[in-house]
Design a protein around this ligand. Structure first.
Ligand SMILES: Cc1ncc(COP(=O)(O)O)c(C=O)c1O
Length: 357
């Protein structure tokens, strides 16, 4: 066993790597896991047992608090292989801070910055050969944390596990999506946990997602009603953007939507280009009116897994509007290209978004 100095990370390497057996041409998102995982545990008021181990099942108490009462949060970020062979991680500090904010909202002990950042660096160093070389491929990184105190009873756990594992991945969503505005079920309400990346935010979306699939739609646009007006929120695992006329508009961070790292990056890139960006409440009525008058030029989802996903059409009750053809989508195509170029080191990283392993 070796020990990494600064954090005293104990490293136990696999006896035999699984890398040889991986079919990199057919990567199903989230199905292939790299050889190792990083673990840190919060015990007796401090973070301890900091280690990198072979990826394996966990041993947990059936009474584990996270599994009963939902003290469970996660993150998603990506590492890329650059043309010169280096490995770059896209904005890991932003994900680290969001994990800490999610922890705070769920009364969990936040993971210290150095454990997140150095643990991630060390894990990627150990598993660097798992970062794929192929075009549109990357290493998806899944940090997560849960209360693991082995006692039931609704209260904050006194102990936590923080784990990072990684998956080599290809494209997440390949084709433009048809999106349906959901107004029967809601994902989040003001004052709730919509802005936290809590595991419990996702299960309630699965049944509505199944129902809109039966209508022929791919994704849900979540909405909220305020003073009798229905406002747009976010899409499944992506933030929502529309271009009306020359303006780029995205719902403001009002506590009901996830503050996406991709969303933040797009707003910055738009400002860099002098594109007018509005972060505000946008009603479904305004979006459909813009569609009817030909002012809705573009609409897309933005997130780590899917990067930029074009919206082909929008449905609401029995109405449906098809958006302009992809060949006319100047803004979304520009952001897609720009983000890709920065991540792959093909363009200057003026905002210092990349962290190199
Ligand atoms: C609900 C939700 N909204 C938006 C996003 C996009 O966030 P990010 O750009 O940080 O991946 C995600 C994915 O993490 C998500 O799960």
């Amino acid at each position: 066993m070796e020990t990494l100095e600064r954090l005293n990370i104990d490293i136990e390497r696999v006896a035999n790597s699984r890398l040889e057996g991986v079919d990199f041409d057919n990567l199903k998102f989230g199905h292939v896991k790299s050889d190792h995982m990083f673990i840190a545990q919060y015990r007796n008021g401090q973070w301890t047992n900091i280690s990198i181990k072979p990826y394996d099942y966990l041993q947990l108490s059936p009474a584990c608090i996270g599994m009963h009462y939902g003290q469970m949060i996660f993150e998603g970020l990506k590492a890329f292989r650059l043309e010169d062979g280096r490995i770059g991680i896209f904005r890991p500090e932003a994900n680290m801070r969001r994990l800490q904010r999610s922890a705070e909202r769920l009364a969990m002990e936040p993971v210290p910055a150095d454990i997140f950042m150095e643990g991630l660096q060390a894990l990627l160093e150990v598993d660097k050969s798992w970062v794929p070389h192929g075009e549109e491929q990357s290493l998806y990184i899944r940090p997560f944390q849960f209360g693991d105190e082995p006692n039931i009873g609704v209260k904050a756990s006194e102990t936590y596990s923080f784990i990072i594992f990684t998956c080599p991945v290809g494209k997440y969503y390949d084709k433009p999506v048809n999106v349906f505005v959901e107004d029967t079920y809601i994902r989040a309400a003001r004052g709730g946990v919509g802005e936290a990346k809590a595991a419990g935010n996702y299960a309630p979306t699965l049944l509505p997602a199944r129902k809109i699939k039966e209508k022929g739609y791919d994704q849900i646009l979540w909405s909220q009603r305020v003073d009798d007006t229905l406002y747009a929120g976010e899409i499944g695992t992506m933030n929502f953007f529309v271009q009306i006329g020359d303006k780029l508009i995205t719902p403001e961070l009002d506590g009901t939507i996830l503050p996406g790292v991709t969303r933040d990056s797009i707003i910055q890139l738009a400002k860099d280009e002098g594109i007018e960006v509005e972060e505000r409440m946008i009603s479904v009525k305004e979006i459909f009116k813009a569609a009817e008058t030909g002012q809705l030029k573009d609409a897309f989802g933005a997130g780590t897994a899917a990067v930029i996903t074009y919206i082909a059409g929008l449905g609401y009750h029995d109405r449906h509007y098809d958006l302009p053809p992809i060949s006319e989508r100047k803004l979304s195509t520009f952001f897609k290209q720009k983000l890709n170029n920065i991540r792959l080191g093909k363009e200057a990283d003026v905002h210092n978004w990349m962290t190199y392993v």
